[in-house]
Design a binder for this molecule. Structure first.
Ligand code: SAM
Length: 219
């Protein structure tokens, strides 16, 4: 899939990719997606000079674009092959949406804050990816119309596993969601099997709260 990456920031992006490799990101498809996706187009102009730092950055409405290492680790954990249907909860800037678009067949992405999803829509379009559908709403309810999903990624921290998301997984499908307190969580991977679900705890993480019917009541 072609992406019109401008030469501007190319050196900084390559340095970030080297940094992520040194931190353990080795999946070549994930590294390629990072190389194809211009992170500077997903952050406000005031922080654009910091777009290729391995750090979260503010994107407005009190939200953040996650640290690139966290995105890369999520995607490396998923081991996508290119044929999957993926649901993303928390579009935010749209950056991870485009990374996913390079790695799977179609991305369905939900964001609850309308100004964010409108800015994300423009940035996604600018990247030239067309295998993305966006919805403004409560992602804790999932997007039943297009279920089941091969993978569901939640980019915000929940107090417990949102059950509608488990219900919308295909058999063999995986849900990755940060679970815990409002400020600190543990990344959890749920795999739906014929017999039920399997749970695996991954790393400790820090995400903004998942706000919705099956998340926190307010930010
Ligand atoms: N991965 C995103 C990116 O690349 O910019 C960053 C995600 S940001 C850490 C988390 C996002 O989840 C925020 O934009 C927030 O508004 C959104 N969010 C929180 N609760 C939500 C919900 N119930 N449904 C949809 N989005 C939600």
């Amino acid at each position: 899939m072609a992406s019109p990456v401008t030469p501007q920031f190319t050196g900084a992006r390559r340095r970030l990719i080297d940094e992520l490799r040194a931190k353990g990101i080795s999946d070549l498809a994930v590294l390629r997606a990072l190389d194809l996706t211009p992170r500077h187009q997903f952050v406000p102009t005031g922080v654009r000079h910091r777009a290729y730092e391995d750090a979260p950055l503010p994107i407005g409405s009190g939200q953040t674009i996650s640290q690139p290492y966290v995105h890369a680790m999520y995607l490396q954990t998923l081991r996508l092959h290119g044929s999957e249907k993926v649901l993303e909860i928390g579009t935010g800037s749209g950056y991870q949406t485009v990374l996913l678009a390079h790695l799977c067949r179609h991305v369905y992405s939900i964001e609850r804050i309308r100004p964010l999803i409108e800015t994300a829509r423009d940035a996604i379009t600018e990247c030239g990816v067309t295998n993305v559908s966006l919805l403004c709403g409560d992602g804790t309810l999932g997007w039943p119309e297009f279920a089941p999903y091969d993978a569901i990624l939640v980019g915000a921290g929940a107090p417990e596993i949102p059950q509608p998301l488990v219900a919308q997984l295909a058999e063999g499908g995986r849900l990755i969601v940060p679970i815990g307190g409002r400020d600190d969580q543990r990344l959890v991977e749920i795999t739906r099997t014929a017999a039920g679900v399997e749970r695996r705890n991954l790393s400790d993480v820090r995400f903004v709260p998942l706000v919705g019917k099956h998340g926190w009541e307010s930010t």
